[in-house]
Design a protein around this ligand. Structure first.
Ligand code: IVH
Length: 671
């Protein structure tokens, strides 16, 4: 075999570094510097180099984040040092007691505390040797945990390499699912009749402990690191410097930590976050208080279970009492009937709650929830309101137990409950509610994103007999729209324009819009890139789908099932005939070179006509890529209102700067 040329090795290394830097910008710093498409170009180049020269493949290559096949079972590993858990404090006095114990244990030395938010996830340990990630594990019983290396590698905020290599570093932190990802995951599980996760902690644990790590990859997990278990060659003196060290090494550290000189400051911090924590994008259930000086931590030591130098202050769960005014049933996209309690409005964890999902008939029966009952409500994961229990003393009599109907409330077809499932489904594939939900999904933001076509207008269109399925939308005429209630000339024209524009949407939007079970926005993008056209996806061999990174058997199975239904094929054909884009950008035949082909564009200042996302998509549709910072490599800067420092830098570097108007003109010219 020929030796791999040095230039190839260097290029692979350069790409790895660049890709991981972009991962860092995006997932750790929340400030992407390039678009998804430009990122993919780099990933594809690296993957193709590694394919052609297998000996340049490295276990810490970004291509390995989803590499490998599902495993047979979990392996138990022992932690280098025990992963302790924390004692709890439930009020201010218990915090003061903790402070007293700490000061006694340190001979009344001065003690500083670090406060951190307590993230509702699960503890993980990640081990690096010579700067590369080699092992990850769950906490388990504290001594031994489950090895989850392939799963952790799919979490992009976990670096595969350290910035400064050290012989050994074991870091600990919390893997979690954001409120948004948790709500979306449960919503889609509810729609498909899969069992729900009770809270983000269970969702994160269930997602990490997967033998098939492609499932983990599809779950949008994130991580905040908060401790070093073991490290070689670094002498850190305080917990604060541990957190700063972790940041320097490229880890994601929660920014809301603070250092206090005394326990009163700590108590103030706990109070400050009691309500504002509901504004965070992730669920928190308390504050972790840690002694700052590491020598004091050592002298305080630990009991069998928990350290004496740290404590978890727990917020009381936010609950509220209210009345169930009604129980209604929503028929979802896949025909699942979901019962929802309509509540007397009540303030809870930062919002006014008017509804709570009841999930399924088993839950209603087990908790014996009836219309008219006074109930206790809580938010699962600080976000999804649910009925916890009935306040029995308030039941005055007369409330009847709730029974699931035997007919679909929308189309009166029979409903069935499959064995082993909690969900009840309408059997009618043409149930109007199913079509309506399917249409609402089709036009929604992440899908075809058709402005002015919300659920209410969709319902009107169906009622007026104008639309039955997504293809019908593209045959609507303005005069038909104007005939609808509350639809003026202008809104009708806007809607027609939005539909027209959406014909050119990138392919992944259409794939997602079709509503194939388990195919979320990310899977849609992966399919778009790998297969290049809807036709190729439809005719793909199941094996090709299964072997697509991040797709895996579950998603592949549902794609095959979806396209084995002739009515779905027919729908796709009709959409194609109506002029919807069915191909990936680079696969479009005869596409003229865009006016921005190969150009790097920076957007700065406030744009009036476009959102950032729209402007970015426009640049990409013209062949360019958007970058966040101005450098010598920038070809063009589009300056909106109050453009700021990027504008100044562009002028200094002599880069062409154009106004939003010029940009629009350029785009028109390029079409
Ligand atoms: S420190 C010995 N810091 O809370 C110290 N834990 O109740 C170990 N947790 O098992 C933990 N956020 O899963 C620490 N900022 C934070 C945390 C945190 C969440 C979890 C962790 C731990 C549990 C203890």
């Amino acid at each position: 075999m020929m030796a791999t040329p040095e230039a190839v090795k260097n290029r692979a290394e350069e790409l790895r570094r660049e890709i991981e830097q972009h991962n860092y910008n995006y997932y750790v710093m929340d400030s992407p510097a390039i678009t998804d498409d430009s990122f993919d170009v780099l990933m594809r180049e690296l993957a193709s180099l590694e394919k052609s020269y297998p000996d340049v493949v490295a276990p810490d290559s970004p291509t390995m984040r989803v590499g490998g096949s599902p495993r047979e079972g979990f392996v138990t590993v022992s932690h280098l040092s025990p992963m302790l858990s924390l004692g709890n404090a439930f009020d201010e006095n218990e915090l003061r007691d903790f402070d007293r114990r700490v000061r006694q244990g340190t001979d009344n030395d001065e003690v500083e505390y670090v406060t951190e938010l307590k993230i509702d996830g699960l503890a993980v340990s990640v081990l690096y040797r010579d700067g590369s990630l080699v092992r990850a594990a769950t906490r388990g019983d504290g001594e031994n945990g489950e090895e989850i290396t392939p799963n952790i590698k799919t979490v992009r905020s976990v670096p595969l390499r350290l910035r400064e290599a050290v012989g050994l570093l074991e870091v600990r932190g919390e893997a979690y699912m954001s409120k948004e990802a948790f709500a979306a995951l449960n919503q889609s599980r509810e729609d498909t009749g899969d069992p729900l996760f009770a809270n983000p902690r269970n969702a994160a644990a269930g997602s990490l402990r997967q033998l098939d790590h492609t499932v983990t990859a599809s779950r949008q997990l994130s991580v905040f690191m908060y401790a070093v278990g073991s490290v070689e060659g670094t002498s850190l003196l305080t917990h604060q410097s541990v957190l700063e060290y972790l940041k320097r090494q490229g880890f994601r550290v929660n920014p809301h930590y603070r250092v206090f000189k005394d326990i009163e400051g700590v108590i103030g911090f706990c109070k400050e976050w009691q309500h504002s924590r509901f504004d965070l994008p992730y669920a928190t259930d308390g504050v972790v208080v840690k002694v700052n000086r590491l020598d004091q931590q050592v002298s305080l030591g630990a009991t069998m279970k928990s350290p004496r130098w740290a404590i978890a202050y727990k917020y009381p769960p936010e609950q509220a009492r209210t009345v169930v005014r009604d129980i209604i049933l929503r028929v979802g996209r896949t025909g699942v009937l979901t019962p929802t309690a309509i509540l007397k409005p009540v303030k809870l964890a930062g919002t006014t709650v008017t509804k709570a999902t009841l999930h399924n008939e088993d839950i209603i029966r087990d908790r014996d929830i009836r219309i008219g009952d006074t109930v206790l409500v809580q938010k699962a994961g600080d976000i999804i309101p649910e009925v916890l229990e009935v306040v029995r003393e308030e039941r005055k009599g007369g409330q009847e137990p709730f029974n699931m109907p035997s007919e679909c409330p929308e189309c009166q077809s029979q409903v069935i409950r499959l064995q082993g499932e909690a969900a009840v489904r309408c059997v009618n594939p043409n149930c109007p509610a199913r079509s309506r939900e399917g249409l609402i999904h089709f036009v929604s933001k992440g899908a075809m994103d058709i402005a002015g076509l919300g659920p209410a207008v969709v319902s009107q269109l169906i009622l007026a007999g104008l639309v039955k399925d997504p293809a019908d939308l593209y045959r609507l005429r303005k005069d038909q729209l104007v005939s609808l209630d509350r639809m003026g000339e202008k809104s009708a024209q806007n809607l027609i324009d939005a539909l027209e524009k959406s014909r050119q949407n990138p392919l992944h939007r259409l794939i997602f819009a079709l509503g194939i079970r388990h195919v979320g926005e990310r899977a849609a993008k992966i399919l778009d890139r790998k297969f290049g056209s809807l036709e190729n996806i439809i005719s793909a061999h199941p094996e090709d789908l299964v072997n697509t990174p991040e797709i895996g058997p579950r998603i592949a199975g549902s794609i095959t099932e979806f396209f084995s239904d002739p009515s779905n094929i027919k729908l796709v054909e009709r959409l194609g005939l109506l002029g919807l884009n069915m191909k990936s950008r680079e696969h479009r035949e005869g596409s003229a070179p865009g006016v921005l082909d190969g150009k790097t564009v920076v957007l700065t200042g406030g744009l009036k006509r476009f959102t950032r996302q729209e402007a970015q998509e426009l640049v990409e549709s013209l062949g360019g890529k958007v970058s966040s910072g101005v450098s010598k490599k920038t070809d063009l800067v589009v300056a909106g209102e109050d453009p700021g420092s990027k504008y100044d830098k562009a002028l200094k570097l002599g880069i062409r700067v154009i106004s939003e108007e010029d940009f629009t003109a350029l785009a028109e010219e390029g079409k």
